[in-house]
Ligand binder design. Structure first.
Ligand SMILES: Cc1cc2nc3c(=O)[nH]c(=O)nc-3n(C[C@H](O)[C@H](O)[C@H](O)COP(=O)(O)OP(=O)(O)OC[C@H]3O[C@@H](n4cnc5c(N)ncnc54)[C@H](O)[C@@H]3O)c2cc1C
Length: 310
């Protein structure tokens, strides 16, 4: 069975586990790690082989050396497919890889079938597109939160790759790394609970209410674009078509009307709870539980109840 290369996102993010799950339907799963990764996790989710590429030529530069390493590996093992995360870095590596191999590329897929057909969900979830790479092998980037990761323990072998970055790969050097200040909250796209606030929250200060409920539930905080555009919350927390896609077990929408572009980023959440004072708000069409009411009255009561049950 041909290998399927899965390019591991640093820290083994959820999207990596999703890619490993998808890859198992396409061939024998090989993970490609740049730098360090939790190899036990990769094994747990079905990696039968782990390629590692490390050293200054990888860590000291941006994505170009990674694309070079991958291109060499593809030529060597002739994989059935290459999967990368639809993240900023994943897409950039994928694009460079496709150019190096003079190969087709599909981005933002939510699944890939055994014959290489990729499914993309576009126009805010209203249209489903099936596409196939017609030149070369399927190089596909997978959108985070597309499938539920399923464990399938394997006992991988490991192989260290030789990294020989060219001068052209070294044109952009990493001069400094600054660790982003992280709070105790889970990352938005990885969280199993997300509490989001919309324009109905009213101002930036009131977002404390959203944060408080999120913290009590151990969840992440999200925001609608209207809330972000109004300066209530930073852009990196925007959920929706032009923001992040989340698919938690529980999504709580506070003062969010439920516009199609917002839904595009959260409609696959397992359970959706909405609080909105307008009984006609479209979010209620989607919600599993809806509270018609003023969020400034409902949320403190909900928070009190959660506190009592802790
Ligand atoms: C190309 C494009 C891309 C877009 N991408 C995104 C995206 O990624 N994400 C996104 O979210 N939007 C996106 N939008 C914008 C989207 O169309 C909506 O404008 C936006 O989602 C509305 O945000 P909202 O629900 O917070 O605000 P509104 O639509 O103004 O809704 C606010 C809601 O709060 C309720 N409310 C007010 N006060 C209270 C209260 N005290 N208690 C309870 N409820 C209250 C109101 O009844 C109302 O339903 C995009 C639009 C376009 C055109």
């Amino acid at each position: 069975m041909a290998e399927v290369l899965v390019v591991v996102e640093a820290g083994v993010k959820k999207v990596t586990l999703e890619m490993l799950t998808i890859a198992r339907g396409l061939g024998s799963v090989s993970a490609v790690v740049f730098g360090e990764a939790d190899t036990a996790k990769l094994a747990e989710y079905g990696a039968e082989k782990i390629y590692t590429a490390s050293g200054e030529d990888v860590a000291g530069y941006l994505v170009a050396p990674k694309a070079t390493v991958l291109a060499e590996l593809v030529k060597q093992v002739q994989p059935a497919a290459v999967l990368l995360g639809s993240t900023q870095e994943g897409k950039e590596i994928a694009a460079r890889l496709a150019i190096k191999l003079d190969n087709g590329l599909l981005t933002d897929a939510v699944s890939v079938e055994a014959d290489g057909t990729a499914t993309q969900v576009v126009f805010a979830g209203s249209t489903i597109v099936k596409s196939k790479v017609t030149k070369g092998l399927p190089i596909v980037t997978i959108r985070p939160n597309s499938v539920t990761p399923e464990a399938a323990p394997a006992s991988p072998t490991t192989e260290a790759l030789t990294v020989s970055a060219s001068d052209a790969d070294k044109l952009t050097k990493v001069v400094e790394r600054v660790a982003e200040q992280k709070g105790s909250r889970p990352e938005l796209t990885e969280a199993s609970i997300v509490v989001s606030g919309g324009r109905g929250v009213g101002n930036a200060d009131n977002f404390k209410l959203v944060e408080e409920l999120a913290d009590l539930l151990g969840g992440a905080v999200g925001a609608s674009r209207a809330a972000v555009d109004s300066g209530y919350y930073p852009h990196q927390f925007q959920v929706g078509q032009t923001g992040k896609t989340v698919s938690p077990q529980l999504y709580v929408a506070l003062g969010i009307s439920g516009a199609i572009q917002h839904r595009a980023g959260m409609q696959t959440s397992k359970t959706i709870v909405a609080v909105n004072k307008d009984p006609e708000a479209p979010i209620f069409e989607l919600a599993d539980f809806g509270v018609v009411g003023d969020l400034f009255k409902v949320v403190p009561q909900a928070a009190d109840e959660v506190r009592k049950r802790k």
